[in-house]
Ligand binder design. Structure first.
Ligand code: DGL
Length: 269
């Protein structure tokens, strides 16, 4: 495997750019190929079988880009498809759940941990299962927040509507006296300040994107896969639909890195 090959990052759409952003911050010398499945999002409301089928196609596409490792940036795809993908892939594959769950287990003092995510991620119970592997006594409370994704995509990151909806979603978790909250969806770090305001300073917010980049860095170093020669085209972006809209949104998250987005037909893979 060539250590100078790019890292493949995959998400259902734009949300995974929050993960790409953390990877770029922590590993500025690593080339990336990002794929957003914009023709088929949202993943959060789809079945496990469908997500596995989609994820396999995306992995096939990323392999054509000669990637050295893959980060499944989407929480829903990590929840439903990581195990299947790992079985049939001979390069390292990292999801976002394990790193986030591990950090939550470490950060929580009381062991009462809240998790917010898409309907699929919460239904899978994966965060609870993974957190309890690190901390068997943890009490994990999940809450699906399906309106957050469209609110973020509408650009309402600091808006009273988002604040009102967030208050309703998390009131149940506040009632459980959690001291740690996992932002278990790619989009949620973009409304971190709203969540911080509602939850108060006593609750630690865990961003799995950040922790995943830490895990990725460790893995690349351990396996001798860190890049030593940066290619001319360091960052490449692909989507399955609406390339221009993707670029327009992406520059608000990665202003320096996204210049062009290419559209591919993911059903071919
Ligand atoms: N990327 C998804 C996740 O993190 C959120 C958007 C979607 O539902 O596709 O679960």
């Amino acid at each position: 495997m060539d250590r100078n090959s790019p890292i493949g990052v995959f998400d259902s759409g734009i949300g995974g750019l929050t993960v790409a952003r953390e990877i770029i911050r922590q590993l500025p010398d690593e080339p990336l190929v990002y794929f957003g499945d914009t023709a088929r999002l949202p993943y959060g409301s789809k079945s496990k079988e469908t997500i596995i089928r989609y994820a396999k196609q995306v992995i096939h596409f990323l392999r054509t880009q000669d990637v050295k490792a893959i980060v499944i940036a989407c929480n829903t795809a990590s929840a439903y498809a990581l195990e299947e993908i790992e079985k049939e892939t001979d390069i390292p594959v990292i999801g976002v759940v394990r790193a986030g769950a591990h950090m939550a287990a470490e950060m929580s003092r009381s062991g009462k941990i809240g998790v917010i995510g898409t309907a699929g991620t919460i239904k899978s119970g994966i965060y609870g299962d993974t957190i309890r592997k690190y901390r068997p006594d943890a009490q994990v409370f999940g809450k699906a927040c399906p309106l957050f994704v469209p609110l973020v995509e509408e650009g309402l990151w600091h808006d009273s509507v988002t604040e009102e909806i967030a208050s309703r979603y998390v009131s149940e978790l506040k009632g459980k006296f959690i001291d740690t909250l996992v932002m278990g969806c790619t989009h949620y770090p973009l409304i971190r300040s709203t969540l911080r305001k509602i939850m108060g300073d006593g609750v630690t917010l865990v961003n799995p994107a950040y922790e995943t980049a830490v895990e990725l860095k460790g893995m690349l170093m351990e396996q001798g896969l860190t890049c030593t020669r940066i290619p001319e085209e360091k960052y490449q972006f692909f989507v399955s639909d609406q390339a221009e809209e993707f670029t327009n949104f992406a520059v608000s998250i990665l202003p320096e890195q996204v210049r062009e987005t290419k559209k591919i037909d993911i059903e071919e893979f």
